[in-house]
Design a protein around this ligand. Sequence first.
Ligand SMILES: [Zn+2]
Length: 745
Amino acid sequence: MIHYDLSFDFLDFSAAQLKGNALLEIEVDQNSIDSIHLDLLKLSVDSVLLEGFPLSFNHNDTILSIALSQSANVGDTLILNIHYGGVPHAEAASFGGFFFRSGMAYNVGVAFREYPHNYGRVWFPCLDNFTDRASYDIHVLMEGGRRSTCSGLLQLRDSLGGDTIIEHWSMSESIPTYLASMAVGIYDSTSYQYIGLERTIPIDVYTAPSKTASLAGSFANLRSCMRIYEEGYAPYAWERCGYVVLPMTGGAMEHANNIAYPSFAINGNTSRETLMAHELSHHWWGNLVTCERQEEMWLNEGWASFSEWLFLEKQYDWASAQVDVEARLHDLLKNLHHDEGGYRDLVSIPQEITYGSHVYDKGALTALALREYMGPSLFTAGIDSFLSNNQFASINSEYLRNELEKYTPIDLHSFFDEWVFSPGWASVSLDSFRFTPTTGLTDVYFELSQQYKGRDFNSKLLPLSITVLDSQFVTQDFSVELSSLSDTFHLSSVISQPAAVFVNRQSRLPLAISSGEMVIKSPGSYSFSNADVSLKVNSLGDSALVRIEEHWTPVPMLVSDMSRLKVRPNPDRFWSIQGIALGGMSAEMSFVYNGLPSSRLDESLSSVPEDSLVLLHRSYGQKSWTIYQNASLNTSGNSSDGLGAFVLTEVAFGDYAFGIRDVAAGAHDVQEKLTRAYPNPCHDRLYIENYEELESLTLTNVLGQEVSIPEMNFGILRMEKLSPGMYILRMKVGGQQFEERIVKR
Ligand SMILES: [Zn+2]
């Protein structure tokens, strides 16, 4: 389709019917075409003309089939003239359709529950898909003080005598059918000028007169939002920006430069402004580049949802966005795989959940992860080039990856493989840390390991921010990259007297962790809702900074710990309670377990006798787990219903997990490496994993002669004094011997 020229007659408004005429300019792209099939839902067709001559047609309520009098070939242009009308359709879910409501007539171009989701066909005959793009002219005849607002620019308003007028709108940019729009009613229009990066862009907002006074308060940051997206993505590519406020019952619709916006969101304040921002951002994500298949709707809606955070971050600060990121993480990690039939990749979403949480929320988190992975400046530069070079085009995820790789020096294959083309979540735990004072400043050694949820592989690379805090909560931030299942890191010259290490404190990389942080200044109860626990502080020296993370992954526990403790850790979740308590803190808390499937919390405990449960603990900074003795098990009167809690009268910082006593535990996985040494080949330093658990360590050369062990500090062997060559390192952990051939360069 090249162009739609649509005319509507609303002189008999109270009839609540469409009376339309569509001139369709069609470029034929196949040879020997005898018929043309268009989408048109309900309505009835009066005539179809080609160059003034009537054609025979059949309309089965869904498809309008038109027989050509002579066959058409590639390169032919046909102009069909279709007269049609009737009572327009709206989906039962009442989002998409063409409505006569509260004195207004308007379309909403997407159906949530009907397929295909495109809903141009409820108001004009068209090719209703995500890839066919065309330009538009729309003419509206009306009376009684009504006005129209449509896709494009207003070209003409002409009085035809009395209060009868005709308005003509024209859109030169090409859009898919679901983004075309028309609204007719008694409106005030409010105009703004936005001075953009490249040009001045007119903004028109149409509202019922009763809403006009509230507009300024609700759209106070609209121009600022335009600036944020122009700077964060690319210059605004459309002729104008517009909103029309409609009696919608929920949601909004990103019709190109004529956004359908619900009147409940025009309330005089900015409490709904992320909806304003979301719809505007579709003029970069969805309208300018459009997903070519509905299975990849994250390219539209995930990015628009990410844009809400970008707006909050730049308008206010990251903390304003972080609150929402963390609340969504908690909800998704607990519910998403239950609500949407399992863990899903982002490129094969079934049509029933095209507009579900994988698409909006997991999609948004994936865009956020991409920014963290690329770094903000390359991300912005790459997106700008991508959008500027692909205006008014259909795209897919693979193409987005290739384009971003073209414009930046970053290889994004593993990122897209893990975050877009695969289901599930990545996660990280801080398994140990040590501080070693040098003069004044301090060295920090710490160990991170990867976990995962809903997938069975670790990430090739996770960019992580590390925050080191001193006892006065003063912070210093670092960046590290975790590129293996576990690794040891060393930060030099950190603030003196560090007291805590936090990983990914600002949740800029979305992991399978939901968390909360508080500065506590007085005794009382504190709810960490994103971690599903509460802390009751009984006494406090001065103040405390408490961070609680709920990890929705298996527990990072060594097989040697499982054998020694004869436990199997709960694979569903564990907690990390971290922080700094100035002058000490005495607090109590409960870890509530719930094995009922409906709880979506500890399903693995559903058939476990509760008296076999233990609470596992490892101290803050320590790698090895123990059974926590200062906790009492409360089975809440029934030890087989899967419900109860461990009650702690004294909480210590560290990690906590539910464990199941099991004499057979540890019998499996004996082949798993309990330790290893790296890098190999090495230069002057060799890192030993799980060095705390080493029972013995020997080093021999290739001749079998024992070599004296170099100085070791926090698992780091100083290899400088050894001559280059191959060495055999034998390490005993958990009663097992492991051998590695190490090359010293
Ligand atoms: Zn959207």
